[in-house]
Design a protein around this ligand. Structure first.
Ligand code: R5P
Length: 294
């Protein structure tokens, strides 16, 4: 790792995670002050003296407000003389809308890519949800685009928490993570087939796997409404697994997802700290710090 950045700047909601990454990278940390005015506008305040190279740490869940604050911060950093700006966004928003599914729809991923490339030299993220676009660099045309995977830290976590679980992904896209996590301990694994019926509703067809009496870990990149994992758990239940747990990189947990997941028979939920949440068990600080070149 060659680190020439001299400062990590973080935001209030991710201070613990930003400080942890800065610590792992051996860099100092300072906070960006955010004030929300009664009318909904944000005032952004940076330390007035900045080094030439700066890393901004901000997870981009619930992104709409955060995005404009990010632009205000990046623009001000440039005004203050920063020449090289890295964005570490462990969760990267707007990755799903990578095409106009209906004429007239915004291709949000491309718009976000242009916006970030206008302000940042480097982007570091984790398990970005890339569908039809082959690589992160194609989606976000910054000079250096780094897509890390949480599979390594997730496999380490699993090795110390469950004995010989069966790892199950809810759809074909999850195979990349499921196979990587299972390979570390040689665990049994499989992936289901998913048909999306709406924002909150999916249909799941399980693969041929003997789950009777097994501890099953559902593994996915994102939990949003929880609909995908709930449908998977509902399909599993009649097959009498010993337990159903969830391990996911990004836990967004919209609309009371956790409660509905528990009702569906999911007994434990673990996530990485890409999105700060009480379910965070997998820390990404070292993974992110090792990817900094700035
Ligand atoms: C989609 O392909 C992703 O990998 C996740 O399965 C999906 O985003 C989860 O969304 P939800 O929790 O709303 O079903």
């Amino acid at each position: 790792m060659t680190i020439r950045s001299s400062l990590v700047l973080g935001f209030p909601e991710g201070e613990i995670q930003g400080r942890a990454m800065a610590g792992a990278a051996g860099l100092p940390y300072a906070g960006v002050g955010i004030h929300r005015f009664p009318d909904g506008e944000s005032r952004v305040r940076l330390p007035p003296a900045l080094p030439e190279r700066v890393v901004l740490y901000r997870g981009m869940d619930r992104p709409n407000e955060k995005l404009f604050e990010l632009v205000l911060t990046a623009a001000t950093a440039r005004d203050l003389g920063v020449r090289h700006l890295t964005l570490v966004a462990p969760y990267l928003c707007y990755m799903r809308q990578d095409t106009a599914f209906v004429p007239g729809e915004a291709v949000s991923q491309r718009v976000l890519g242009t916006l970030l490339a206008d302000w940042f030299d480097t982007l570091v993220t984790v398990d970005p949800h890339l569908h039809r676009v082959p690589s992160l660099a194609d989606a976000i045309p910054v000079q250096r685009a780094v897509a890390l995977s949480a599979a390594g830290p997730m496999a380490e976590f699993l090795a110390t928490h469950l004995e010989n679980p069966l790892v199950l992904g809810p759809d074909s896209e999850s195979l990349q993570w499921v196979a990587a996590v299972a390979a570390v301990q040689g665990l049994d694994y499989g992936v289901a087939r998913k048909e999306r019926l709406g924002d909150r509703e999916v249909r799941i067809a399980l693969p041929e796997l003997d789950v009777l009496g097994r501890s099953v870990v559902l593994l996915d990149d994102v939990v949003s409404t929880g609909g995908t994992l709930i449908a998977t758990a509902q399909a599993l239940k009649p097959l009498d697994p010993a337990a159903i747990s969830v391990l996911a990189t990004h836990g967004l947990f919209c609309d009371g997802a956790l409660g509905r997941m528990a009702e569906a028979g999911i007994t434990q939920v673990w996530t990485s700290d890409s999105v700060p949440h009480p379910t965070n068990r997998v820390n990404l600080a070292h993974l992110l710090a090792d990817a900094l070149d700035a």
